[in-house]
Design a protein. Structure first.
Length: 406
């Protein structure tokens, strides 16, 4: 069967959105900016258009062109099979430090030929390597806190991902095109319009001064403490597509339980039917019908047993209606009830209401912002009602039937 490739005009529009909207927090890049482009070889056609768009905008690109893990070649799995402990922990400090110093932006393209490429790999080895690269994420976050770095993640459909979502590759791409407004005359203009509407809601949430929220439904009974000096944020280009409104809560105030009806695709494995139980801010019980071993090993990673993000998606904005077998899309699904997703692990400093560059490590700890080598989203699309308990003593339903009510 001949491999499906999107039309040239679609790829050009896609690259335009990523370079001239998604980066720069919705403003695009500036002349002279340096953009690192991380892209698997499967997405070569989109990679080429991204390079062209960066050049047209007056920027410079640094390539990170990755080999696919497919068929007879599975570099990542071979590495974990053969690597010594020293190799698993290796971190090229000087190189990565220099890379962060050099770049202004990063575009990361997801294009997996095999979503389950690391099945059977020792999860301890995967998490050892994940943890070794934490300094890179810390440096990146610090630069982002200073307003000197932005990033975005996007999806290039593959036959393997389409198969996982029980679609043809062509139909899978139809969902990408629809979700990213690539079927409109000017997708960048459309994204800016949608973003303005979403930002109105996130600003209202911040002004409510919420102390905590209570999520109730058949698949959850969860309390999340929002915490002091928090604000709500929206995608603003970080992730294409992104319709979510999120904050990084005070992890110490998480209580209750939640089931996730959407599969988790992480670390080359698939985890299904996750249920988490929290007490005094920490996961005290984690189960899954499949992939439980990788789930529990991830949670063992330092501070990966605490919340770093709480998010809601309003079904009125999202054009994503189908399961796409990738977190990027599934955490933004609209459908009948929108979605709730939470992330275990690292917090987003952008959810601090003041200047994050002024905060020290001890400040983040006092505020209950979590710090971890992991940031893993988990998604529920079941019906739920979210009630906010405000700092003035009042309470208010802020989300019901898949939409915000404020």
């Amino acid at each position: 069967m001949k491999k499906y490739t999107p039309q040239q005009k679609v790829l050009e529009k896609y690259a335009d959105v990523l370079v001239n909207f998604a980066l720069g927090k919705g403003k695009g890049i500036k002349k002279g900016d340096i953009v690192r482009v991380v892209c698997p070889e499967t997405a070569r056609s989109l990679y080429i258009e991204i390079i062209k768009a960066i050049t047209k905008a007056g920027g410079h690109y640094l390539p990170a062109y990755l080999l696919d893990d497919s068929g007879r070649y599975n570099i990542a799995k071979d590495f974990y099979r053969m690597a010594t402990e020293d190799q698993l922990k290796f971190f090229p400090k000087k190189y990565m430090r220099g890379l962060i110093n050099e770049i202004d932006h990063q575009i990361y393209i997801i294009a997996k030929n095999n979503p389950n490429s690391l099945k059977g790999t020792d999860p301890k080895k995967i998490m050892t390597t994940q943890s070794s690269y934490k300094p890179f994420m810390d440096w990146r976050n610090e630069k982002e806190n200073r307003g000197k770095f932005t990033w975005t993640i996007a999806l290039y459909g593959t036959e393997g991902m389409a198969k996982e979502a029980t679609m043809s590759e062509k139909d899978y791409w139809k969902e990408i095109i629809n979700a990213c407004f690539l079927d409109t005359k000017d997708p960048v203009k459309k994204w800016r319009s949608v973003s303005r509407e979403i930002e109105k809601i996130k600003d209202k949430l911040t002004k409510l001064k919420i102390e905590k929220v209570h999520l109730v439904g058949k698949s959850l009974d969860l309390w999340v403490k929002i915490g002091e000096k928090r604000k709500w944020e929206a995608g603003g280009g970080a992730n294409i597509p992104s319709f979510e409104i999120f904050t990084s809560p005070d992890w110490r105030g998480t209580e209750g339980w939640i089931k996730f009806n959407q599969p988790l695709y992480a670390f080359g494995n698939i985890v299904k039917d996750i249920c988490l139980e929290f007490k005094e801010g920490k996961v005290i019980k984690a189960t899954a019908k499949s992939g439980q071993k990788i789930l529990r090993e991830m949670i063992k990673t330092k501070n990966a047993d605490k919340l770093g993000e709480f998010s809601l998606t309003d079904k009125r904005f999202s054009k994503i209606k189908k399961f796409m077998a990738t977190t990027l899309y599934d955490e933004n699904i609209g459908g009948d009830f929108g979605n709730t997703h939470v992330a275990l692990g690292s917090s987003y400093h952008e959810c601090y209401e003041a200047d994050p560059s002024k905060c020290k490590k001890s400040d983040w700890e006092k505020l209950g912002f979590n710090n971890s080598a992991v940031h893993q989203d988990m998604i529920s699309t079941t019906d739920r009602t979210v009630t906010a308990y405000l700092k003035n003593g009042k309470k208010k339903v802020i989300y019901k039937d898949g939409r915000f009510t404020i």
